[in-house]
Design a protein around this ligand. Sequence first.
Ligand SMILES: Cc1cc2nc3c(=O)[nH]c(=O)nc-3n(C[C@H](O)[C@H](O)[C@H](O)COP(=O)(O)OP(=O)(O)OC[C@H]3O[C@@H](n4cnc5c(N)ncnc54)[C@H](O)[C@@H]3O)c2cc1C
Length: 230
Amino acid sequence: MLKTDQIESPGLTVVLEAITPEAEQLIERACRTCYLSFHRYNPPESTAELIQKVIRKQHHSVLEHAVATFRVKGASRVLTHELVRHRFISPSQESQRYVCYADKPGRKKTRDFDVVTPPTFKYGARDFSEKYLEAVQRCYDLYEEMLDAGIPPEDARYILPNGTTSEIVITANFRELRHFIWVRTNQRAHWEIRQLAIAILKIMKERAPIVFWDFQIDEQNMTATGEVQS
Ligand SMILES: Cc1cc2nc3c(=O)[nH]c(=O)nc-3n(C[C@H](O)[C@H](O)[C@H](O)COP(=O)(O)OP(=O)(O)OC[C@H]3O[C@@H](n4cnc5c(N)ncnc54)[C@H](O)[C@@H]3O)c2cc1C
C-alpha cells in the first residue's frame, strides 16, 4: 500500500481497496483500438500524450475501462446521501437495520454510535456543539428505549440524526471519478463531501497521475480545479 492509499482528514478515513492494475496502459490500449494505432503503443511516453489528448477532446468513454474501490469511514449520512446520488458510483453501505450500537438480547453490539459535528457549530463566540451533542444523546437514548420496548431497529432508527456516521464502500470507473471530483471539489459543494472528493483525488493523482493530471488542489480552501470539465 502506498502512503497515499489511505487519507485521513479530520474525522474521515478514505482507503483505496482496489484499483485496475496498470490502469493507464489499459486505457491507452483500449483507446488505440479506435484508431488501430498499436504501432504507437510505447508506454509510458505514449500514454500521457494519448490519454490527455482524448480527455481534452471529451472522448471520455475510454476512461470507463479502469475502476477503483474506496472504503470510507467516519462520514455522516448527510455525506453518504449526497454520494449515492451519483448514479455510476456503486455503493455498499452499513445498514441501520442490522448494525447494533449496543448489546441487546439476541443481538450483539457491532460498533459504537457516533455522529459528525460540523466545524461551523463552534465558531468564534458561538458554540452549538455541546447543545447539538446533548440533543443527539436524547435521540440516541430514545432509540435505545424503543429497541428495549421491542420496536424493530429499522423503525427505531427514524429518530437517529443525519449526522450519524456510516461506513460505505464505493466503486467507480475513472470517467465517473473525474466527474465526481469535478462537481464535488467545487467551492459550492458541501464541505464534508468536498473533504471526501479531495481525499479520493489525492489517491488518484498518485495512482493514475496521467488521467487526473489537470486537477490542482487548494488545501487551504479544501477545493480543487480541473482544466477539462468532466
Ligand atoms: C453544489 C451542488 C448542489 C446540489 N444541490 C442539490 C439539491 O439542492 N437538490 C438535489 O436534488 N440535488 C442536488 N445536487 C445533486 C445533483 O443534482 C446531482 O444529483 C449529483 O451531483 C449527481 O451528479 P450528476 O447527476 O451530474 O452525475 P452522476 O449521477 O454521477 O452521472 C454522471 C453523468 O452521467 C450523465 N447522466 C447520468 N444519468 C443520466 C440520465 N438519467 N440522463 C442523462 N444523463 C445522465 C450526466 O452527464 C451526469 O453528469 C447538488 C449537487 C451539487 C454538486
